[in-house]
Design a protein around this ligand. Structure first.
Ligand code: ATP
Length: 367
């Protein structure tokens, strides 16, 4: 999947924003794996940590210091743990979420949520075909219903309005992203290759327009099957036959909801990785939050962060045409799979007794 005319770098700069609660713990568990992968594959990462998050806001009045933002913007990629803390809020009562600020300021328009059955991890579905789940949900992350995040209105305490905004360019670039992703997955041997547009084109003009732009982009990728599915039917089929999906692409709010459903298909919050990707920047983080209920107890499952780091390496590989990073990403994923398949690994969240360090060591041993 890497191109031969790449611009590999002697050192890749990674901005590490561990954040709050178990975010710090899962990132700490991931760093030794990245160290080992550098030694095994002969590339170099400069991993620099920067403060951000709710606890930093409590201590300093800043949730994302400008210096941390500048470092994230200048880096080749961003690895984030988790941010937020229930009792710590901005004066207007909203939660502290620098992740959102990064998404907006760095124009990270594609929210990428893979859901893959990992052999040995108990599935939430009893059907044996659940072992074949291997899909990626791509969530448009800059517009849609979230476009009115700060501009919704309430009139006379009697009527509230939030407006869905779908632009041609916002849709085009995320559909294009989805098709290119599908092509890469096929190049890696995936046989049932498709992109499914998830919408509500039967009811809303905005959604019909989203699908229209999808059809236009699809016509430029005749090699990938283009499918269309209404969001309600998709919610059903993500439970009934999730193995039938490959790449899916959808509007922001639908993606917000369906991505948690997709995370459940991986077995638990601690298993589900994600990437927030734009044309110039990529941020990678586990899907879960800071989990104050288990923070500081060594019980956090760091697997989602490992898999997010693998996504980061793979994205850098693609961007820089650097096969070493692609190989390292594949090795990390394979080590996670092996740890669960043959090691009988069981994180606390899946009813076992393996904590953060045990899971780290099990994967490290299989690298
Ligand atoms: P947010 O509100 O930002 O989503 P949160 O931490 O409150 O953050 P989730 O991430 O959805 O919520 O997690 C819900 C619960 O699942 C946590 O409180 C915790 O008990 C459990 N959990 C989440 N992530 C992990 C993990 N990596 N390892 C073990 N348990 C986890």
């Amino acid at each position: 999947m890497t191109n031969s005319s790449g611009n590999t770098k002697p050192v890749y700069q990674i901005a590490v924003l561990a954040g709050d609660g178990i975010g710090v713990e899962v990132v700490d568990a991931t760093l030794p794996l990245l160290e080992r992968l550098q030694a095994l594959h002969g590339f170099s990462l400069q991993l620099d940590s920067h403060p951000a998050g709710a606890l930093h806001y409590r201590d300093t009045g800043q949730s994302l210091p400008e210096a941390s933002f500048a470092a994230a913007r200048a880096a080749d990629a961003i690895l984030l743990g988790a941010m937020g803390w229930p009792e710590i809020r901005y004066p207007d009562g909203t939660e502290i979420g620098p992740q959102l600020e990064l998404r907006v300021r760095l124009d990270l328009y594609a929210g990428v949520r893979p859901a893959r059955a990992i052999p040995g991890v108990p599935s939430v579905l009893s059907d044996a075909r659940a072992g074949q789940i291997d899909l990626v949900l791509v969530r448009e992350s800059t517009e849609g219903l979230f476009a009115s995040r700060e501009t919704g209105t309430v009139e006379n305490d009697s009527i509230a309005r939030d407006t869905m905004v779908i632009t041609r360019e916002g849709s085009r670039r995320v559909h294009e992203f989805a098709f290119r992703l599908a092509e890469r997955r096929r190049a890696r041997g995936r046989s049932a290759n498709s992109v499914t547009c998830v919408d509500k084109a039967n009811v809303f003009r905005s959604m019909a327009f989203f699908r229209k732009v999808f059809d236009e982009v699809a016509s430029t990728h005749p090699d990938v099957e283009a499918r269309r599915h209404y969001v309600d039917a998709t919610a059903l089929d993500l439970m009934r036959k999730p193995w039938s999906f490959d790449v899916m692409v959808t509007e922001n709010m639908f993606g917000d909801i369906l991505s948690d459903q997709a995370a459940a298909l991986m077995g638990g919050m601690g298993m589900a990785p994600s990437g927030d990707i734009g044309d110039d920047h990529g941020l990678f983080q586990p899907c879960h939050g800071s989990a104050p209920d288990i923070a500081g107890q060594g019980k956090a499952n760091p697997t989602a962060c490992f898999l997010s780091a693998a996504m980061m390496l793979d994205w850098l590989a693609e961007r820089h045409g650097d096969q070493r990073l692609a190989d390292a990403a594949a090795r990390l994923e394979a080590a996670v799979d092996a740890a669960y398949a043959d090691g009988g690994l069981r994180p606390f969240e899946l009813g076992g007794a393996d904590g953060t360090v045990a899971i780290r060591d099990a994967v490290l041993a299989r690298l």
